[in-house]
Design a protein around this ligand. Structure first.
Ligand code: NAP
Length: 285
């Protein structure tokens, strides 16, 4: 029951209408027996500063940030976790004693899903990442920290991929990082030498989107993970499954990044199964 003691959490994004996060987090609060509520706030890009100040003014306990705020919000926060500082983006803000602390749970959420859903440990693995934007940065950093032996990155903006490679090379000397061009021949050669292919671009969200990789490069030893979860099956996943490969959408990452945020906010272990059930319900809507 919502009353004067109810603690408030939420999401700042623009747009936010499509989000599954309120359903998932409110299910978590109910399952944990917490008098808390999670709301989605549509915050325009130029209003992120005043919205974050409002967290302190209103006594909101914690916030998730999504597109387009993950990087823009940094300057308004009082402290960053080592991961958020390294990645250069924040998806979770915790308020403690009127100070805002920024974290990034996307990379750890992805790796948790790899270990628990895919049953794959990144240690010693060769990974090809399509995209070098916010999600790719978080994932690449976490994969390198977990001991991936090789990461190859490609992006429409070559410089963006180079900057991400440089960041990882400087911090994780045991991980060989390379940048690939977008030429299908080079991409195919690199995928053929990879254990895991990750799509961290938005390509696949629209029905008309092309397949970014050559279908012949999807070899029998490859696992495919598409961060997109809406639609639940992208062209890439369809193609991988037609070849009988293990193929996963982004719902697992969404679940585990949220579970880590829940722990940061409440200090309690997240009720992951209740959150998973709530997500499944959204998916069927
Ligand atoms: P982002 O910051 O915009 O990054 C996407 C990157 O991919 C950009 O650098 C973009 O370049 C690049 N790109 C676009 N088309 C490309 C192509 N054809 N080839 C190579 N690179 C291309 O977005 P994001 O926040 O990282 O999100 C990426 C995807 O992951 C989205 O679909 C998002 O919904 C999903 N995601 C899922 C979760 C989850 O929990 N499952 C969490 C975060 C994100 P330009 O900027 O030049 O277009």
């Amino acid at each position: 029951m919502i009353n004067a003691d109810t603690k408030v959490y939420g999401l700042f994004g623009y747009p936010v209408k499509h989000t599954f996060s309120p359903v998932m987090h409110n299910a978590a609060f109910r399952a944990a027996g917490l008098n808390s509520v999670y709301l989605a706030f549509e915050v325009k890009p130029n209003e992120i500063g005043s919205a974050l100040k409002g967290i302190v003014g209103l006594g909101i306990e914690g916030i998730n940030l999504t597109i387009p705020h993950k990087e823009r919000a940094l300057v308004y926060l009082d402290r960053l976790s080592p991961e958020a500082r390294l990645i250069g983006a924040v998806n979770t803000v915790v308020q403690r004693n009127k100070k805002l602390i920024g974290h990034n749970t996307d990379g750890a959420g992805f790796v948790a899903s790899l270990k628990k859903d895919v049953l794959l440990h990144p240690k010693g693995k060769s990974i090809f990442i399509l995209g070098a934007g916010g999600a790719a940065k978080a994932i690449a950093v976490e994969l390198a920290r977990e001991g991936a032996s090789r990461i190859i990155i490609t992006d429409l903006i070559h410089r963006r991929a180079q900057n991400l490679a440089l960041k990882i090379r400087r911090t994780f000397s045991n991980c060989a990082v390379r940048v690939s061009s977008l030429r299908k021949k080079e991409t195919a050669k690199n995928i053929l030498n990879s254990d895991l292919l990750v799509n961290a671009t938005p390509v696949g969200m629209k029905k008309s989107d092309p397949l970014l990789v050559d279908a012949d490069s999807l070899h029998s030893g490859l696992i495919v993970y598409d961060l997109i979860y809406n639609p639940v099956e992208t062209k890439l996943l369809k193609c991988a499954r037609a070849k009988r490969l293990k193929a996963f959408n982004g719902l697992g990452m969404l679940l585990y990044q949220a579970a880590i945020s829940f722990k940061l906010w409440t200090g309690r272990k997240a009720p992951v199964e209740a959150m998973r059930r709530a997500l499944k319900g959204c998916n069927q809507c």
